[in-house]
Design a protein around this ligand. Structure first.
Ligand code: HEC
Length: 134
């Protein structure tokens, strides 16, 4: 149900997304306001096994420096899945939230062998952390 809400809001742009989230009682306000410090800890515990935050450093996964706002599959030298190459939705907050909720779900294929972050607050925190790495 969150998915539908995000997808619907996404279509009409991020300002409207903010409004939609604030106007809906079921939507958590912190979805827009993650904690980068908590996000860094989550990143170091989970994502760092496969991702570096440094420019140009690819591990099992591509470097996540400057990921927020960039096109998917745009890191030079990383061998992305066909599904990720075919993904044309820029990594905005909404796209990251839905990818990280279920990386192996229907959107982006199966190359990231990671079950995802089930907790929306964890996702908001990690995204807030990634936003500091621009
Ligand atoms: C087990 C290894 C693994 C873990 C853990 C992992 N990832 Fe990934 N990630 C990958 C791989 C591999 C890809 C490339 C996916 C593809 O090509 O389909 C990827 C792709 C991505 C992308 C798309 C990057 C781009 O350049 O388009 C993002 C964003 C991302 N991961 C974020 C995260 C975050 C945030 C975490 C921690 C919450 C995380 N990943 C945990 C392996 C991992």
């Amino acid at each position: 149900m969150m998915g539908t809400k995000f997808a619907a809001a996404c279509a009409v742009g991020s300002m409207t997304l903010a409004t939609a989230l604030l106007a809906t009682s079921a939507a958590p306000a912190w979805a827009l306001d993650g904690d980068p410090i908590a996000g860094q800890a989550i990143f170091q515990r989970i994502c760092q096994n496969c991702h570096s935050i440094d420019v140009g450093v690819n591990k099992v996964g591509p470097s996540l420096w400057h990921v927020v706002g960039r096109q998917p599959a745009s890191v030079q030298g990383f061998d992305y899945s066909d599904a990720m190459r075919g993904n044309k939705t820029p990594w905005d907050v909404t796209a990251l939230d839905s990818y990280l909720a279920d990386p192996r779900g229907d959107v982006h294929g199966v190359k990231m062998f990671f079950k995802g972050l089930g907790d929306a607050r964890d996702r908001a925190d990690v995204i807030a952390y990634l936003q500091t790495k621009q």
